[in-house]
Write a protein that binds this ligand. Sequence first.
Ligand code: NFS
Length: 654
Amino acid sequence: MTEEKKKKSVDLASMALIDKASSDQVNLVFDRAEEMKPCPIGLVGSCCSNCGMGPCRVPLPRGKEETPEEKRKRRGICGATAETIAARNFARKIAGGAAAHSDHGRAVAELFLAAAKGEAPGYEIRDEQKLLQLALEWGVEIGNRSNSEIATQIGEKALGEFGRQEGELLFLRRAPLKRQELWRKLGVAPRGIDREIVEIMHRTHAGVDQDYRNLLQQGSRAALADGWGGSMIATELQDILFGTPAPVLSQVNLGVLKEDEVNIIIHGHEPLLSEMIVATAQDPQMVELAKAKGASGINLAGICCTANEILMRHGVPLAGNFLQQELALVTGAVDAMVVDVQCIMESLPDIAQCYHTKIITTSPKDKIGGAMHIEFNERNAILSAKEIVKVAIENFPKRGSNISIPKEKTDLIAGFSHETINYLLGGLFRASYRPLNDNIINGRIRGVAGVVGCNNARTTHNEGHIAMVKELIKNDVLVIQTGCSAMASATAGLMVPEAAAEYAGEGLASVCEAVGIPPVLHLGSCVDNSRILMAATAMVKDGGLGDDISDLPVAGAAPEWMSEKAISIGQYFVASGVFTIFGVNWPTTGSTEVTQFLFKDFEEMYGGMWAFEPDPLLAAKLMIEHIDKKRKALGIDKARERVLYDMTMRRELE
Ligand code: NFS
């Protein structure tokens, strides 16, 4: 299928707004993707711009076998081979992704520490139990100490993880023992979070590490520092500070915007300020002010991972995922869009000019030309939040008449933290993963798949996520999700308990019905992929499914990935032992050796490996095959055959 003929989205609300944008003469990400083709050399990792002699291009010769002589000559000016160039580019993507997640983790740790010391008014410890658990885990004395003293020491320890020079990250000890030993043996157990990222930047500088294997191993080390470091710190401390998510009912899609209320969209990633905006929007004074301006209230909605954070903890509805951020403005009904960091399109202020929306940046790390800047000050967060909400309210009367809010909105249940899954499956008195493991062993649940990641304008919005997830649950694979992928499934109605009967295979449906959960569980934002690592570890520890993550009948996927963060996530999934498949395109195909190393050799080293398949149904098939391979190795394949036999027999009887 050619790019031009591809549908832009499978979502009706998005399609209607794409049409509206075209009649409003607004240029969208979808138009830009059509106008600009990807550079075919950069796309496959064969372009190097790491020094001033390049950019050097080292593409594979087209349509013919390369002679050894030609291959020997396929180098950059500095002499770097196509392998080194592809591996350097890949490692730098990991560094970018790990840096983004981890800098988010650092910001949370800094706020956590300030809150513990009483220097961040408005923030307090919401989950005391989790605070104490972490204290026990990290060897922080509890005794008669106050929460504030304990949290101060935890905050200091957490911050120390970023600048740690020696030893290993504290959270590595959470992983199955066998995995920890493997990391040590392979020399990829991360020392400090910042250190591993800096080392990638050093080793990928011209003329440093010129062995692709060695580069990609450092890639694993930095990625593990993300998953078991920066991201896990973000998740854990956010839970302690803002509360650990529990199941909550909400709605998703652009239809959550309201014609008669002040609409504020919170977009970005760190829930630090957005937590305060949620509180401020409920402030009676603010609601009065909104009414004085002719609105009947204040309506908050989220985009991207900030949306997931405030959905998980407060039930704030989701306006949409990455490719819907511009479309939200096209409704003409957004009075302010507040952004912090990551996945924010620079086109927003330009589009906002066609309507009345105020785009408000809040982070000193993320300013955008044409946007208004109200800096978030954690020492006075309530004041920042009030100022922002006021700007939105004042802007409400300026709405034009060119307004169109789509009808589409779908119910979803979110809030499945690792702790909630434990509780829901095991019950209050016996919280454990035992029932999940038992149902995997008896074959009702075939396995578990983590489907995560972004949207990508090079492929039809949401199509890959929804098709893959439906195929997996149809085949009795329980799906756990985060990020924009979770939002895609939610719009398709897959995150309500009723979806089990409609879309899931008989085995999975029977378990979901008994427990009262949807067949697709929303675990949160992209830093919350650390919850997936914890869930996998809990499955190993509960027993019966091998003694390492690589033994589990599980798989991971990002069918519409686009960001460097997704590459970092994929690499830490793989290095943790998970078969991980990406769609859209693959950034190392310019080097057969590098691709082979990631796809094949990694399996021997880590038990998990990368794969690439743009067709979501074929990708789901590969995931199921991997799950079945693991079932067979565990000796539980027969159980499933019996379950299937039962089903067939029942059908014959009917
Ligand atoms: Ni994840 Fe979340 Fe979405 Fe991709 Fe961006 S919002 S951190 S990077 S686009 S899933």
